[in-house]
Structures are given as structure tokens and as C-alpha cells.
Ligand binder design. Structure first.
Ligand code: KG4
Ligand code: ZN
Length: 327
């Protein structure tokens, strides 16, 4: 079969990214322009600023991705972009660019679900990984336990009832004054701590999650005792939230009679979580290389490849769907 060269475009939040991926798993380039420095001083992503910065950067990032892959526009066989979920204005920048490019080059267009993209981050790192498996998608916006039946077929087994886990990391970091984005900062500080602070584990009776209770109890604790050891608090938070992730993952694997789980999304970069999952006996655990955990366009191109060979394409009516569901 002829090689399929896919251009991926990702602008759902605060990273402008473009990537060129060959046959779904071979990354020829993956350029990411992070806006963290711009949003940092506001303590979180400012949607309007994100959109404007995507507009400024998208063309530069796409051209750089082509240059690094050593290909020309005409070598692209398929143009993919994130169509949701995400910030509507941010998504529209990538979608509009992708539509224009697909029309000008006369090449097919395909809108991709960002969460499905995170799952595909694993295909890039692990060439041998194939469905079926369970995927724990843990990011700033999502906490999903998804049964990946096939490359394009998913069943949600459990999800968060309140905060996404990354959101909880970011909020806890903000409460104790670590700044934005909080996940990597908690990860680093926790390495110096001891998990000796008791935090309540939320009791949810199916495979769903809840993280807002832990966050609130940290807020109350910190207000009462601001001199508390922050490193101990960070690792105690990591410990209790990871236990919740592990418990539900094990239950889901048992229900599905599977023994393979892949972690995905920005929070799967967390060293405590990675280690806890790797220590599970009798379970194959996968997670993407760091650059494919947080938002990137290579994962979008990879997911796009599998949708395309499944016979799917989008037309120019493709629109942003801020709350797009995984299915
Ligand atoms: O997947 P992602 O880049 O964007 C979304 O789709 O949401 O995830 C971003 C989230 C943020 O909440 C960030 O704090 C978290 O991932 N994150 C981490 C780490 N690196 C990024 N959380 C914990 N530990 C990390 N090392
Ligand atoms: Zn993401």
C-alpha cells in the first residue's frame, strides 16, 4: 500500500501544534508552540488570548512542521485537525486553517476528537499496541476510562463527576501558590515529600471519579494551617488521587477481562502515577513519551490516519464542537 502522509493540526487549548505523520505511527515532525508564558500570569488559560495567539502562530508552525519533515505541501495526503472538545475560538483557528489548506491542495479533510487523539499518542510510542485495551485518559479537561474496542470504536466505562484530574492538580497548585500549570509543579515538589497527610477518598460506587472533595479538603486544610509542608501535601494528594485511578482501572479491566491499560493525556506525564501503574502485577501498562502526553498534533494525525483508512472524511461544513463526546 502507498504511504499515507498525514498533516495534523491541534489548537484546542493553549498549544499551537502541527505534525507530519506517516502511516499513522511514524512521526516525521511534531512542532509545538506553547502559550504557557502568555497565560501563566493570569493563573490559567485566557480563551481570547489563546485564539489570537493561534492566529499569529498557525502558519509559522505548519510551515516549520513541513520543513522538519522535509516535505512540500503537495506531499500531504490528508489534512486533519482537532474539531473538539476544546475552546471554541481556539478550535476554529485550526479548523479554518485546515479547511483552507484542504481546499487549496484538493486533499481530504478530517476533523478529529481531541480525546481520541490522546489515546492515539500511545500508538506513536508503542508500535506493537493494538486494540482492544483499556485507556485511562487523564488530562486538564477529561478523566475517562474508555474501552478501546477498535481504532475508531470506544465505550466510556467511567468518567469524572466534577473536576477533571488535571483541573484538580491545577487548582491544588493554585491554592498552595505554586502557579500555573500546576501539574508539573506538583509532580516536582512531591518528590521531596512524604505521603503523611490524610485526605478523604471520594466514594463513587461505579467506575466514575470525583476529585472536587479532595481539592476542597486541601483548601480548608491550607487556610487553617498555611505553614503545612507543601511537599508532603503534594505527594499525599498524588497518592490518594492515584489510588482512585488505580482502583477503577483494575475494576474495569476485570469487567472487560483484559490485562492491558494505556494511560493518555497531560496528567499521564506524572511520575507518581506512571510508577504506581507500572508496579501493578500482571497488567501491561503503556503510556506515551512525554511530548505525546500533553497536547500535540502528532496524536491528531495518528488518530486521523485510522479514521481515514476506515473510510471517513469531513467536508467543508466541519465546525468546532466545544463539548464533543468520545464515541
Ligand atoms: O492533555 P493536556 O495537555 O490538555 C488537555 O487536553 O486538557 O493536559 C493538560 C493537563 C494540565 O492540567 C496539567 O497540569 C497536567 O496536564 N499535567 C500534569 C503533568 N504535566 C501536565 N499533571 C501532573 N503531572 C504532570 N507531570
Ligand atoms: Zn489534551
Amino acid at each position: 500500500m502507498k504511504n499515507l502522509i498525514v498533516l495534523g493540526i491541534e489548537t484546542s487549548c493553549d498549544e499551537t501544534s502541527a505534525a507530519v505523520v506517516k502511516n499513522g505511527r511514524e512521526v516525521l515532525s511534531n512542532v509545538i508552540n506553547s502559550q504557557i508564558k502568555i497565560h501563566e500570569k493570569f493563573g490559567g488559560v485566557v480563551p481570547e488570548l489563546a485564539s489570537r495567539n493561534h492566529v499569529d502562530n498557525i502558519n509559522i508552525v505548519v510551515k516549520e512542521a513541513l520543513k522538519q519533515a522535509d516535505i512540500a505541501f503537495n506531499d500531504i495526503d490528508l489534512v486533519t485537525c482537532t474539531s473538539g472538545p476544546g475552546l471554541v475560538g481556539a478550535l476554529l483557528v485550526g479548523i479554518s486553517y485546515a479547511k483552507g489548506l484542504s481546499f487549496a491542495l484538493n486533499k481530504p479533510l478530517l476533523g478529529i476528537n481531541h480525546i481520541e487523539g490522546h489515546v492515539a499518542g500511545n500508538y506513536i510510542t508503542h508500535k506493537e499496541l493494538e486494540p482492544p485495551f483499556l485507556c485511562l485518559i487523564i488530562s486538564g479537561g477529561h478523566t475517562h476510562l474508555a474501552y478501546v474496542k477498535d481504532y475508531t470504536e470506544f465505550e466510556i466505562m467511567g468518567k469524572t463527576r466534577d473536576d477533571a484530574i488535571g483541573e484538580a492538580y491545577d487548582k491544588v497548585a493554585r491554592i498552595i501558590g505554586l502557579g500555573y500549570p500546576g501539574g508539573p509543579k506538583i509532580d516536582k515538589l512531591a518528590l521531596e515529600g512524604t505521603p503523611n497527610i490524610r485526605l478523604p477518598k471520594s466514594d463513587v460506587d461505579n467506575l466514575d471519579f470525583s476529585f472536587s472533595g479532595i481539592k476542597t479538603s486541601i483548601l480548608n486544610m491550607y487556610n487553617k494551617t498555611p505553614e503545612i509542608n507543601k511537599a508532603d501535601l503534594c505527594i499525599s494528594f498524588e497518592k490518594v488521587s492515584t489510588e482512585m485511578l488505580v482502583e477503577n482501572t483494575l475494576k474495569a479491566l476485570e469487567q472487560l477481562n483484559l490485562n492491558t491499560v494505556a494511560l493518555a493525556g497531560g496528567v499521564s506525564a506524572n511520575s507518581y502515577i506512571r510508577k504506581a501503574f507500572k508496579e501493578l502485577k500482571g497488567i501491561n501498562v503503556y503510556y506515551p513519551e512525554m511530548q505525546y502526553c500533553t497536547d500535540n498534533a502528532a496524536m491528531i494525525a495518528s488518530a486521523g490516519y485510522y479514521r481515514f483508512i476506515n473510510g471517513e472524511v469531513s467536508d467543508l461544513s466541519l465546525n468546532a464542537v466545544p463539548n464533543l463526546k468520545l464515541k
